[in-house]
Design a protein around this ligand. Structure first.
Ligand code: MN
Length: 246
């Protein structure tokens, strides 16, 4: 590739990062950290541009009390999530992964190592999870309420179905609400897989996610995943969910 073409490629890749990343503005800002290296003399490293960044927690550790306790939030964010971010970026460097965007990374995750897949999923899923929660919660409204009612008959039936998906995910994983070409769907993924991954049986654009790993609830709820889920509805950020329904 000629130098000029390579520069154009880098510029295009950076634009693609901004415009094709799945998610709302906060995810976009995280993806925007996937910028070329400051060391512009090394154009090869500029092409290997993707770096996952941990979003700032949009509230204090105690803000979701009593539904999610401060100690769990602190450990979950600063230990578990921070480790996923570090480890996926290590994998990207070790394996010379050159995908330009998170969306491209997940769409090709079947070609990557278990380290890249598991930690990349953990990095993205938690960035997503923090943002779809907030202190206090209102019911969905407007276009989102219409879409939920259209796909599940009522908000109560939607909650039942989502809770069922979260309860029946055996072991560690996530429950999701996704937009699949205009239809809302509920499902779950194992471990740190997500619906953007090419290897996932359950696919779509994530709108809402619930972490059902024991590390998300065990300190407060021990084995009572059902109580964790029931209380989690009190902290869902429905306006954030609605912003992802485009
Ligand atoms: Mn987690």
């Amino acid at each position: 590739m000629k130098k000029t073409n390579r520069r154009e490629f880098v510029q295009t890749a950076v634009k693609a990062t901004v415009f094709t990343t799945i998610g709302a503005p906060a995810i976009l800002s995280a993806a925007c950290s996937a910028k070329p290296s400051e060391d512009t003399t090394d154009e090869e490293s500029a092409i290997a541009a993707l770096a996952f960044a941990q979003v700032k927690l949009p509230y204090d550790y105690a803000a979701l009390e009593p539904n999610i306790d401060a100690t769990t939030m602190d450990i979950h964010y600063n230990k578990h999530h921070t480790a996923y971010i570090k480890n996926v970026n290590d994998a990207i460097a070790e394996e010379n992964i050159t995908f330009a965007t998170e969306a491209e990374f997940f769409a090709n995750v079947s070609t990557l190592s278990a380290k890249a897949r598991n930690n990349g999923g953990g990095a993205f899923n938690h960035n997503f999870f923090w943002q779809v929660m907030k202190p206090g919660s209102e019911a969905p409204s407007g276009k989102l309420a219409d879409a939920i009612n259209g796909s599940f008959d009522s908000f109560e039936k939607f909650k039942e179905q989502f809770t069922h998906a979260a309860m029946t995910r055996f072991g560690s994983g996530w429950a999701w609400l996704v937009n699949d070409n205009g239809t809302l769907k509920i499902g779950s993924t194992p471990n740190q897989d997500n619906p953007l991954m090419d290897i996932s049986d359950f696919k779509g654009t994530p709108l809402l996610a619930l972490d059902v790993w024991e590390h998300a609830y065990y300190l407060k709820y021990q084995n009572k995943r059902n109580e964790y889920i029931a209380n989690w509805w009190n902290v869902v950020n429905w306006s954030e969910v609605a912003s992802r329904l485009v």
